[in-house]
Unconditional design. Structure first.
Ligand SMILES: *[C@@H]1O[C@H](CO)[C@@H](O)[C@H](O)[C@H]1NC(C)=O
Ligand SMILES: *[C@@H]1O[C@H](CO)[C@@H](O)[C@H](O)[C@H]1NC(C)=O
Length: 398
């Protein structure tokens, strides 16, 4: 959903619908030798070896692809590099389970914000196909981008499909200061800003390119390991990145990755708070209801609530000294409590000499709660788009 600042949420997605049919690339075929050999002896292994020599770039089996991540400013956001077109043009994208569009600036965008980024030049890609439909998206932090749709080969960690992409010809000035060029939506296609567009996951799964219909996420914490080793793994689950076993929670509504949150705990004790929530890699903090945020901070000595004033939204802060706390706030999901250490609740120094830090858990989100990066860097997440859409979660292992 892309909330990187401490702002309250507005309605997220703007839709411009157009029902014209989409074109997809044919499924990658498996090459089969056609020449008959009268002395043929059945030898499947030899056939496969021969095929792999001749067609070294043909995938014999569905596989997986890893995208390494860059951690921006101590866990504010994370981006990875994606190749688009032929020859490949590399764009840096913020992978976002809270939205579903893939977009980046077009070379025809000449605004200051666009010029600070890689701008995709469709004319120099031999695989680019025009679509022409208009496209526009708005995010929870108030930022927007708009332009036209096209399609091209999108390669993520070696997994390649023909994909509808948004080429931005305008974007909010706030994107000008983003280190990434655009976004890579990992939500469901029901929240695509243009109705009927399939997501990258939809296309990769339909083409049988993924060994498992999942994308798994390890977002590293600056506090715990300097913020290195982050990855999105398409088609697999990295068992080295979590402890114990995954708890799976069925998605309650496909759009965002939405699940029931049955309780919040403090050092294991119930705070009696529940709501529907989304697991959102594109939001920096955990943002919950007003009353729930109050209940959490009442447990944290020295917490301060600052009411809204002017354009500044209300926010909670906590003593920065808690960065050495061993207490835990817990989120109960699928019957299991997943911790966010209070050390991470002391998120970022206010910088005013008060010794207070912005809290990593904020209120003001009274409908859908958001488990953002502060949660995900402590808990490995598997976004599973199989027959039953579900999220697998286990404590992250550093
Ligand atoms: C990813 O695929 C490779 C083969 O392409 C395989 O060796 C590896 O075990 C897979 N990793 C995961 C985590 O699925
Ligand atoms: C999750 O969905 C599957 C398939 O519909 C169902 O069998 C399972 O009982 C569900 N799990 C829970 C906890 O509701």
């Amino acid at each position: 959903m892309r909330i990187t600042a401490l702002v309250s949420l507005a309605a997220a997605v703007l839709a411009i619908a157009d029902a014209s049919p989409l074109k997809f690339s044919p499924k990658h075929g498996h090459a089969v030798p056609l020449t008959r050999n009268p002395n043929y002896k059945h030898n499947t292994q030899a056939q496969i070896r021969k095929m792999n020599v001749r067609y070294g770039n043909v995938r014999a089996v569905a596989s997986n692809g890893t995208v390494p991540l860059v951690n921006v400013q101590h866990d504010i956001e994370y981006y990875g590099t994606v190749s688009v077109g032929t020859p490949a043009q590399n764009v840096k994208l913020d992978f976002d389970t809270g939205s579903s569009d893939i977009w980046f600036p077009s070379s025809s965008c000449t605004t200051t914000a666009c010029k600070k980024h890689v701008r995709f030049n469709s004319a120099s890609s031999s695989t680019f196909q025009k679509d022409g439909r208009k496209w526009k998206i708005g995010y929870g932090d108030g930022s927007t981008a708009s332009g036209i749709l096209g399609s091209d080969i999108v390669n993520v960690g070696g997994v390649s499909v023909r994909q509808t992409i948004g080429l931005a010809t305008a974007e909010s000035t706030s994107f000008g200061s983003s280190p990434e060029d655009g976004l890579f939506g990992l939500g469901f296609n029901t929240i695509e800003s243009v109705a009927g567009v399939k997501t990258f996951l939809d296309n990769a799964i339909a083409a049988n390119l993924l060994a498992q219909p999942v994308v798994s996420v390890f977002l590293p914490s600056y506090r715990l390991n300097g913020g290195v080793g982050g990855e999105y793994l398409f088609g697999g689950i990295n068992t080295a990145r979590y402890s114990g076993s995954l708890t799976y929670i069925n998605v309650s509504q496909k759009g965002y990755w939405q699940i029931p949150m049955s309780d919040i705990t403090y050092n294991g004790a119930s705070l009696g708070q529940a709501a529907e929530g989304i697991v959102d890699t594109g939001t920096t903090l955990v943002i919950i209801g007003t009353a729930a945020a109050k209940a959490v901070h009442q447990k944290i000595a020295g917490s301060v609530f600052t009411p809204a004033s002017g354009t500044q939204a209300a926010y909670w802060s906590v003593p920065c000294s808690l960065q050495s706390s061993t207490d835990n706030v817990g989120f109960k999901l699928g019957g299991t409590i997943f911790n966010v250490p209070v050390a991470d609740v002391a998120f970022e120094d206010l910088g005013d000499g008060s010794g207070l830090c912005y809290s990593g858990i904020q209120g003001g989100q009274d409908d859908l709660w958001i488990l953002g990066d502060v949660f995900i860097k402590n808990n490995y997440c598997v976004f599973d788009q199989g027959a039953t859409a579900r999220i697998g979660i286990a404590p992250a292992k550093y």
